[in-house]
Design a protein around this ligand. Structure first.
Ligand SMILES: [Fe+2]
Ligand SMILES: [Fe+2]
Length: 491
């Protein structure tokens, strides 16, 4: 199709509007939506009815990895190590099934303390989290060094010292509170996903230590659930293995046996210390293709349509917890987008896709530092460029999930504009499907409608007034008119 060929109109005959929606008189002004170029905003293909839950969550676990400042594949490799421990320890099938999901989803609560961490240290939370994973924070000297090294890391030594002292004297107890938030949020989301209670308990106990000096509850020994002990050891072994190799991983495990880790677990770890093929394979791949085989065969969980919605809702909670500025943003965008789609007469199956895309559209923000996301002032050009990368991350993350990959491009297009002034691809009207146009309008509307720490929620008329100058040039007039026709903007 040539560049100027007329495409199907955005809202052609048969499109139904709710009765109170003033149908766009601008309909003829609409830039046409041209059939997608290869790779751009295709409609979802027909998918197989049955998909394994592990396939979905293992791919999405990469979003948790980047939130933790870890290389992609951290959770999956942790799962491989933990399931090998389960084999050595002869865990029951039920325990293995619960452990499998705890290992993959151990960091479900990871975004909930990112903003506070960045604020306390006045630094990049991704860097702080990465460094924290290789710090023995149960030792006072190591914690002090960590604070000195990473507090205001980009500033002069004096500013760093002042900030580190501030952390030491005014933030006592913050570490425990942040760990509690993280563990409780993670356990709660696992429960929301309908996973075994043992999975939630393991996630809650992730940072407890064998000697009782862990967090948040200071449980000791057998008070810590068995699966939690395995997760704690497996994640540390993975971090040191990936960063420094097998010998370093075993050295840390042995050094912390009896303090951080159950000595029995560390003994189990030695059972495959010399399995060169195991460690070699772990290093060579991100294990995504193999990890599904580690789920006990007669305990395989499948994700039907309802469960896929649960997964999208659960990860929307992870995304929204990343910043106090966007505490209910993803859920709110989903509500608005579906209401717009319905008012514009989009078919139900499209609304299902639209809702999932809306819930996950900002998943790439998990890879952006809160020092940028929550910065009170104007962003520098470099910070703005970093912020704009979140849609590319959304695309990368969702493309890895077979059942979500079909709407990855739609979700990642929420900052694209009809006139090509958006990002990250600079798409124009001819590339943007009706759903992409709806999502863009819903995203802006929610951002203006929601209460922010620095301002109250804006009333409907003010939201419409702010958006109106962009309508037609950047934002879709039909979607905007559907919004304007609502008595109340849903949130
Ligand atoms: Fe966004
Ligand atoms: Fe957004």
């Amino acid at each position: 199709m040539s560049q100027n060929a007329p495409g199907p109109p955005l809202c052609g005959p048969g499109i139904r509007f709710a009765s109170n929606v003033a149908v766009a008189t601008q309909i003829n002004d609409l830039a046409p939506f041209v059939a997608p170029r290869p790779g751009i905003l295709r409609r979802p293909a027909v998918e197989p009815a049955e998909v394994r839950l592990s396939e979905v969550v293992s791919a999405l676990s990469h979003a948790l990895d980047i939130t933790e400042g870890q290389p992609a594949g951290h959770a999956v490799r942790t799962c491989v190590i933990g399931m090998r421990l389960a084999e050595v320890l002869h865990l029951t099938l039920d325990e293995r099934s619960a452990l499998f999901y705890a290992l993959l989803l151990k960091d479900l609560g990871c975004s909930s303390n990112a903003a506070r961490l960045a604020r306390i240290f006045q630094a990049d939370d991704l860097l702080l989290k990465r460094a924290h994973k290789v710090t023995d924070w149960s030792r006072g000297a190591d914690s002090a060094l960590y604070a000195f090294r990473y507090a205001r890391a980009d500033r002069h030594v004096l500013a760093r010292t002042v900030q580190a002292l501030k952390v030491a004297f005014t933030e006592q107890g913050s570490g425990r509170a942040m760990t509690e938030t993280r563990c409780e949020r993670g356990a709660d989301i696992a429960r929301q996903l309908g996973l075994d209670p043992m999975t939630s308990e393991a996630i809650r106990a992730l940072d407890e230590h064998w000697d009782g000096h862990g967090m948040p509850y200071g449980r000791a020994g057998d008070q810590i659930p068995l699966l939690g002990r395995i997760c704690g050891l497996a994640q540390t072994v993975e971090v040191f293995f990936t960063a420094h190799g097998r010998d370093a991983a075993y050295a840390v495990a042995r050094k912390r046996a009896g303090t951080w880790f159950d000595p029995g677990m560390v003994a189990a770890l030695t059972a495959f210390e010399d399995d060169v093929a195991f460690w070699g394979t772990l290093q060579a791949t991100d294990q995504l293709e193999f990890v599904a085989d580690l789920e006990p065969r007669d305990r395989v969980l499948f994700a039907d349509e309802a469960r896929l919605d649960d997964v999208a809702e659960a990860f929307a909670r992870v995304i929204d917890a990343k910043s106090p500025y966007t505490a209910r943003h993803s859920a709110g965008v989903a509500s608005i987008a579906v209401a717009l789609g319905r008012a514009m007469g989009r078919p139900d199956e499209e609304l299902v896709t639209l809702r999932r895309a809306a819930l996950l559209h900002d998943i790439g923000k998990l890879g952006i530092s809160n020092a940028i996301l929550d910065k009170p002032g104007k962003l520098t050009p470099e910070e703005f460029a970093a912020m704009r990368r979140h849609t590319g991350y959304t695309l990368e993350i969702l493309r890895r999930v077979r059942r979500f990959g079909a709407f990855a491009e739609l979700a990642a297009a929420h900052h694209e504009r009809l006139d090509g002034t958006g990002y990250h691809l600079g798409l124009t009207a001819r590339d943007l499907s009706p759903l992409a146009r709806i999502l863009a309008v819903a995203d802006v509307a929610e951002a203006l409608t929601a209460e922010r720490p620095y301002r109250p929620a804006l009333p409907r008329d003010q939201v419409l007034g702010i958006m109106r100058p962009q309508v037609g040039s950047a934002l879709c007039p039909v979607a905007f008119e559907a919004l304007a026709g609502m008595n109340r903007i849903p949130t």
